[in-house]
Design a protein around this ligand. Structure first.
Ligand SMILES: Nc1ncnc2c1ncn2[C@@H]1O[C@H](COP(=O)(O)OP(=O)(O)OP(=O)(O)O)[C@@H](O)[C@H]1O
Ligand SMILES: [Mg+2]
Length: 231
């Protein structure tokens, strides 16, 4: 089975700390083309390393436009006010700066469990406008029900806290796939309208170098790295 982040979709990675959300999220992003904004409110060392490996610059402010991936690490002052962070995303939506947005911890863009206009805009108008959104959270109980119900694909790892499991199960309407424990790095993949599938740990593909076709060779052309998702 192949899983991928569908273009213009809203994906949600859910699971306790260390369950494998960022690992899978980053590999899903490898299959995405166009600009990517990775929001790193946790200033995560592993995310920093992953960004470096991908050649993504780290920025403290989101530029007006960019190519490829960027890792946005907001300054401490901004981190203290989730709606200031949200306003940056709102601005992207307002400016139609179409990109893929990856949010490494979604509850940090919520205030008292409520999403602001940026998140709501991405989740409601995002599809039509062409934004692809992927967000991870270890505490669905602190995320708005809106984000939980309005996503269209889910990657659900082990959740240990009962309030997290309850909220997600209620939002999805299927308690059996919100497990207390699945084996390490296993996850349920749920695509709206399809049966849930229990997946083994995602295996990082060996990078396949595909030479550019002969008629494509021009100065500056590069071999392409084709990420594949193997389950
Ligand atoms: N499928 C996998 N195969 C091999 N290693 C994995 C896999 N998934 C995750 N890991 C490793 O497990 C560790 C934790 O994974 P990851 O950082 O993705 O967890 P997380 O759910 O994002 O945690 P947190 O909520 O703390 O950010 C990392 O060292 C990562 O490389
Ligand atoms: Mg993580």
């Amino acid at each position: 089975m192949e899983i991928s982040l569908k273009r213009s979709s809203r994906g949600l990675l859910v699971g306790k700390t260390g369950s494998g959300k960022s690992f899978l999220g980053l590999h899903l992003l490898d299959a995405v083309s166009g600009p990517i904004l990775a929001v790193d409110t946790k200033w995560s060392a592993s995310l920093g390393k992953a960004a470096q490996e991908r050649g993504w610059p780290t920025v403290s402010k989101v530029p007006d436009e960019w190519e490829g991936g960027i890792l946005w690490r907001p300054e401490a002052e901004m981190l203290a006010n989730p709606y200031e962070l949200d306003a940056v995303l709102d601005d992207l939506v307002i400016r139609h700066e179409i990109c893929t947005v990856y949010i490494d911890e979604l509850y940090q863009l919520h205030k008292n469990g409520r999403a602001g206009p940026g998140i709501i805009g991405l989740w409601t108008r995002g599809r039509e406008m062409g934004f692809t959104v992927l967000a991870a959270t270890q505490r669905p109980a602190w995320v708005s029900t809106f984000c939980l119900t309005e996503s269209d694909q889910y990657y659900i790892f082990t959740l240990t806290l009962p309030d997290d499991r309850k909220k997600l199960a209620e939002a999805l309407g299927c308690p059996e796939i919100v497990p207390e424990a699945v084996p390490k790095h296993w996850f349920w993949y749920v695509l709206q309208g399809h049966e849930a599938v229990l997946c083994q740990p995602y295996q990082a593909p060996k990078k396949v170098l595909t030479p550019a076709p002969v008629n494509d060779i021009s100065e500056g052309s590069k071999a392409r790295i084709v990420p594949t998702l193997i389950l």
